[in-house]
Design a protein around this ligand. Structure first.
Ligand code: NDP
Length: 335
């Protein structure tokens, strides 16, 4: 069983040397256990935070152990009455080809139906990133029809769903993304009303002017995935009683400072700013997944994937995710 371990912690930007490909024997399947062949690994920005040894909402990734992460795959052997070979499952299999799971614990492995939804979508639009979008949009921003919602990292796994869920609620959706291809996709294929290429606007004045043009009625809701200058520019265009869902601040994940320029605007505009961690709201996942699954199965929620081939490609693909080289959900295909 080939695995990828974290072998050292990065200072600043991570490199491929922080990871090592390891060959480990596969233990025999014991009573209650299930052996799963992982088909896809999910690569997610939160993994960068876990590479640090510092206190956060998530435990640090232990050194010299399999990188933790979401996976989808197929049961190949089972000594658990709830699973049989051939079952398609989603779990936290980590960066490895096979996972041996004690499936008697509730929720560690979920069977999924791939009749109308592709298996890999359970790591994206119908998985954790989709629920993240759903939670921040519906529980924090809660847009009314006609309001304007902005989302940063708009072409990514979370961002694509945020804008389409906002549109489905009658709101105006405006994306912020890096590069003309990502912006074109967000508007032309996903149906956002506008998208701003932040790489064309290197200073706050220019980005804020672009936002003014794209949001003539101001901003009522913002879904923040990036932080830094993007957040400042949005704050300058925020309406009274606007809401910001603080989902991620990827521009600071390697330790870059991300000061907030004008916190007084929170008061002046009577804004609500709320951070959240999607895994702390498990009671809402069924409702979110129902809407997301229905939308994907009926073609109303579109998404895109960047797929790296083979386990050995996972570290480079992960480093690429932190630099915006992915376009849509970043996956690693194992078989
Ligand atoms: P994406 O698929 O959006 O990929 C990350 C994207 O972030 C890149 O493609 C890139 O897009 C952008 N990016 C990367 N580095 C920078 C940078 N330095 N400055 C600006 N943009 C950058 O990832 P996800 O959709 O999986 O995640 C989006 C956000 O949601 C992340 O911040 C993540 O941490 C957060 N998240 C939070 C959760 C929660 O519970 N709170 C749960 C899941 C995700 P571009 O080329 O457009 O710049």
């Amino acid at each position: 069983n080939r695995q990828i371990h974290l072998v050292s912690r990065p200072a600043g930007e991570p490199t491929a040397d922080n990871f090592r490909l390891v060959e480990a024997p596969l233990p025999a399947v014991q009573d209650g256990q299930v052996l799963v062949r992982n088909h896809y690994l999910s690569l997610d920005p939160y993994m960068r935070g876990r590479m640090n040894d510092s206190k956060s909402y998530a435990e640090p990734q232990p050194l010299n152990q399999v990188m933790l992460g979401g996976t989808v795959g197929e049961v190949v052997e089972s000594r658990n009455p709830h699973f049989k070979p051939g079952d398609q499952v989603v779990g936290m299999g980590g960066w490895q080809e096979y996972q041996l799971v004690d499936a008697s614990q509730r929720g560690v492995l979920q069977k999924v139906d791939t009749t109308h939804i592709p298996l890999a979508a359970y790591l994206g639009a119908v998985g954790m990133p989709g629920v993240t979008a759903w939670y921040g949009l519906t529980q924090i921003i809660n847009p009314k029809a006609g309001e304007t919602v902005v989302v940063s990292a708009a072409s990514g796994a979370v961002g694509t769903a945020v804008g389409q869920l906002a549109k489905a609620r009658g709101a105006r959706a405006v994306g912020i993304a890096g590069g003309p291809d990502k912006c074109r996709y967000v508007v032309e294929e996903l149906g956002f009303d506008a998208c701003i290429d932040y790489k064309e606007h290197r200073d706050l004045k220019s980005l804020s002017a672009a936002l003014k043009q794209a949001c003539p009625n101001g901003i009522d809701g913002h879904f923040e995935n990036v932080g830094g200058m993007i957040l400042d520019a949005v704050m300058l265009r925020a309406n009274a009683f606007s809401r910001i869902a603080m989902c991620g601040m990827i521009s600071g994940y390697n330790g870059e400072p991300i000061p907030m320029m004008a916190p007084q605007l929170i008061l002046v505009n009577r804004m609500k700013i709320e951070g959240f961690i999607v895994s702390e709201h498990m009671q809402l996942w069924p409702e979110a997944l129902k809407e997301l699954g229905m939308m994907v199965a009926t073609g109303k929620l579109k998404y895109r994937e960047t797929i790296a081939e083979g386990l050995a490609a996972a570290p480079e693909a992960f480093l690429g995710l932190l630099k915006g080289r992915n376009f849509g959900k970043q996956l690693v295909k194992l078989v």
